[in-house]
Design a protein around this ligand. Structure first.
Ligand SMILES: C[S@@+](CC[C@H](N)C(=O)[O-])C[C@H]1O[C@@H](n2cnc3c(N)ncnc32)[C@H](O)[C@@H]1O
Length: 226
């Protein structure tokens, strides 16, 4: 049986998100998709990482859930603006359809040419692709449970559907698949602030901070491997 379609919906900052037909939840906060991604992954993640590690080495990111490609797009734009190289590994078990990503309004709202966003989706799976001199994208077509990535990672964007939908992705043994990749002093950020998830991260050797969340969400988590 075919999986049910995703439906494009508009979040409160005007940016699109998807209602997943398969998982019956949204890909981002309905309070604002771009607003949430910027707050959680770019500001609390990338900006923080370069504050604590101010060198000019490439930044190695692993994202759980490529989804719409919004986090990847914001990271691409960040890399260009800051002239820092990013190697971006992103895993996705259920890629969205072409007619869906072609209809998403991020290029319009971010005032960029659509082809820059579409390039992220058109990039081949399971190989490293140079999207720009500063941004190398490796989309991995696999469930995270079967990830085979032998890379050191500085920063994890943990962007799975929430524990209410996919509880198994927020605890060992699946969680360890992502955290094992992270180097000492490396960082994991996520929009989720669930207590059980926080305790798993502490047990895995992370210093965990609960930070103010994006609008509509009280808290988020940033964890540093100690
Ligand atoms: C919250 S959405 C990700 C949003 C995305 N980061 C973005 O910027 O649009 C979660 C994603 O995880 C994917 N996913 C769900 N289960 C998965 C699994 N076991 N392994 C890999 N990806 C999975 C879903 O298809 C979905 O794209």
């Amino acid at each position: 049986m075919n999986k049910p379609n995703n439906e494009i919906i508009q979040s409160q900052d005007g940016s699109h998100t998807l209602m997943s037909g398969q998982f019956e939840t949204t890909y981002h906060s309905t309070h604002g998709a771009i607003q949430e991604s910027n707050h959680v992954f770019i500001k609390a993640g990338l900006d923080y990482l370069v504050d604590i590690k101010p060198d000019d080495k490439p930044i190695r990111i692993f994202e759980m859930g490529f989804g719409t490609g919004l986090n990847a797009l914001l990271a691409l734009l960040w890399a260009g603006k800051h002239q820092r190289t990013i190697i971006y590994h992103s895993i996705e078990a259920y890629p969205i359809e072409e007619n869906t990503w072609k209809s998403i309004n991020y290029p319009n709202l971010l005032d960029i040419e659509p082809r820059r966003f579409h390039h992220l989706h058109e990039a081949p799976w399971d190989q490293i692709c140079e999207i720009s001199p500063c941004f190398h994208l490796h989309k991995i077509s696999s469930p995270i449970e079967e990830l085979d990535l032998n890379q050191d990672i500085d920063l994890v964007f943990y962007d799975a559907f929430g524990p209410g939908t996919q509880e198994e992705l927020w605890r060992p043994p699946v969680l360890n698949i992502a955290t094992d990749l992270i180097v000492q002093d490396g960082v994991l950020v996520t929009y989720c602030a669930q207590g059980a998830f926080r305790r798993h991260l502490i047990a895995l050797g992370f210093d965990v901070d609960r930070l103010e969340g994006p609008p509509g969400k009280r808290q988020m988590i940033r964890a540093v491997k100690s």
